[in-house]
Design a protein around this ligand. Structure first.
Ligand code: C2O
Ligand code: CU
Ligand code: CU
Length: 496
């Protein structure tokens, strides 16, 4: 709110009873002491003479005022909580020097990134205490909102819960007409749930069957965030960075917004919506339109259809909860947003299902296809540049989702029906309610490796930690796998 409008409000307060009540509710908002939304800084990166831009991420411990006035011990990259936003253009060559100043090993995985397996940052690319790891690759995928987070075997939930996560934005040359001024009208939102002990520490006791569920929402690392916008249109890049909670995001006044991108990039065209559901690890970009001087409150609402769960599970997993995620206040003078684009991206046609390689994945308890993760077991080999159709079934009564490394897939159908338009673009993570059958068109290109595997897993972090994960190699036609990598990877010298 500008100081002018604040004065007008105070002036009006004394003037009429109608404005008095408005004034009171505004005052109540202020007394709840909302704080400005922290915007993770853009990582600078060092451009080397070889044309490679090198970023540095140092995992460390610190203290954060997640709750106002309360110091909470947290973990972050290059700071006390979360991490800088990495941003790179398609075609650019990047490297990230990951340093580990924690007192336990970790990894950093580039979620959604098309990247060589040895650079993927999964459980095989451990960064030892005091050590470092420096993967490098070329950015080769469409513009998208990706993210990075630790992926240490069996400890992913804890590392992310304590604060290790950040955004990785991919740009490309195509002009979209979407807001793109980072931190001004193009805003990253890392949405997470937390539980605090009486002394203000992060509470890691008593996980549910979907992991640590918190009744307090932190957005970009703080509780009670507000954002003042000076433009008519604002792009919100929303990440469900929680371990086990589903969100059903929309605005308190029920207004329509436009979904413009999913996990892996832009949709064919903006999709008008009043709600969007995100399961852990999923992203969506939306465009919010504001009138001068108004407020819009981004909330999470009860999940549609109780997330497909039976009532006992729905109760236990908090699917009926409602939260405020972010209060958006528009200034009195808004820069016009221009014409919203009618078309965004050209999505390739889906492959021929009958001609594709088929694989089946059954999700149940902490298992995929009745097995838990074994670092020394490769579950299958995929041949590079080959269309595959993966049929994923949740045969459980728990919620699960399904994430695949290295690639962006397309949803062919959900229980036989084509996906709704906002799920029809490129994705890397999809919610799989109990009983549902989802078919995915999957393809791996470029990077073959007979040793280092990629992961596929449920992205409910506790489930992943408990072994709801498998590993696959991408090979050339006729190529043989080259033996288990697990042991030498544990030394941290995973780059070969
Ligand atoms: Cu976001 Cu295998 O992870
Ligand atoms: Cu991933
Ligand atoms: Cu799961």
């Amino acid at each position: 709110m500008s100081s002018l409008s604040r004065r007008q409000l105070l002036f009006g307060l004394a003037a009429t009873p109608v404005l008095l009540s408005l004034g009171c509710s505004r005052t109540a908002v202020a007394q709840r002491s909302t704080r400005p939304l922290p915007i993770p800084p853009l990582a600078e990166g060092m451009l080397g003479s070889d044309g490679v831009r090198t970023f540095t991420l140092k995992a460390m411990t610190g203290e954060t005022e997640m709750l106002p006035g309360v110091r909470t011990t947290t973990w972050g990259f290059n700071g006390p909580v979360l991490g800088p936003t990495l941003r790179a253009r398609r075609g650019e060559r990047v490297a990230v020097r990951v340093e580990n100043a924690l007192d336990e090993p970790t990894t950093v995985h580039w979620h959604g990134m098309h990247v060589p397996a040895r650079c993927d940052g999964g459980p095989h690319q451990t960064v030892p205490v005091g050590g470092h790891w420096q993967p490098r690759w070329m950015i080769d995928q469409p513009a998208a909102t990706l993210w990075y987070h630790p992926h240490p075997h069996g400890a992913t939930e804890k590392h992310v819960y304590r604060g290790l996560a950040g955004m990785f934005l991919i740009d490309d040359e195509i002009a979209t007409g979407l807001p793109q001024d980072y931190g001004v009208d193009d805003i990253p939102l890392v949405i997470q749930d937390r539980r605090f002990t009486a002394s203000g520490a992060l509470d890691e006791a008593d996980p549910t069957d979907v992991g640590l569920l918190g009744g307090t929402i932190v957005t970009n690392g703080i509780v009670g965030a507000h954002l003042t916008v000076g433009t008519q249109r604002t792009r919100l890049r929303m990440l469900n960075g929680s371990g086990g909670r589903l969100y059903n995001l929309g605005f308190a006044d029920g207004r329509t917004f436009h979904i413009v991108a999913g996990d892996g990039g832009l949709l064919a065209e903006p999709v008008p919506a009043t709600r969007i559901q995100l399961s852990p690890g999923e992203r969506a970009e939306i465009v919010l339109t504001c009138e001068p001087g108004e407020s819009a409150v981004l909330q999470s609402f009860p999940i549609e259809n109780r997330a497909g769960l039976e009532s006992e599970e729905a109760d236990r997993f908090g699917v009926d909860d409602t939260f405020v995620i972010l209060e958006v206040h528009a200034e009195q003078n808004l820069r016009p947003g221009g014409t919203p684009p009618a078309a965004l991206a050209t999505l390739p046609p889906l492959p021929d299902v009958d001609a594709a390689v088929k694989r089946d994945f059954e999700l149940q308890w902490f298992m995929i296809n009745r097995q838990r993760m074994d670092m020394n077991r490769i579950d299958f080999h995929a041949v590079v540049d080959t269309d595959e159709i993966w049929t994923v079934r949740n045969v459980d009564n728990w919620p699960h989702n399904f994430h695949v490394h290295d690639t962006q897939f397309r949803i062919v159908d959900i229980d036989g029906a084509p996906p709704p338009p906002h799920l029809a673009g490129f994705k890397d993570t999809v919610y799989t309610p109990p009983g549902q059958r989802i078919r995915l068109a999957v393809r791996f290109s470029d990077y073959t490796d007979p040793v280092w595997p990629y992961m596929y897993h449920c992205h409910l972090a506790l489930h992943e930690d408990q072994g709801m994960m498998g590993q696959f190699l991408v090979l050339n036609p006729g190529q043989q796998p080259g033996g288990a990598p697990a042991m030498d990877a544990m030394t941290g010298h995973a780059m070969r």
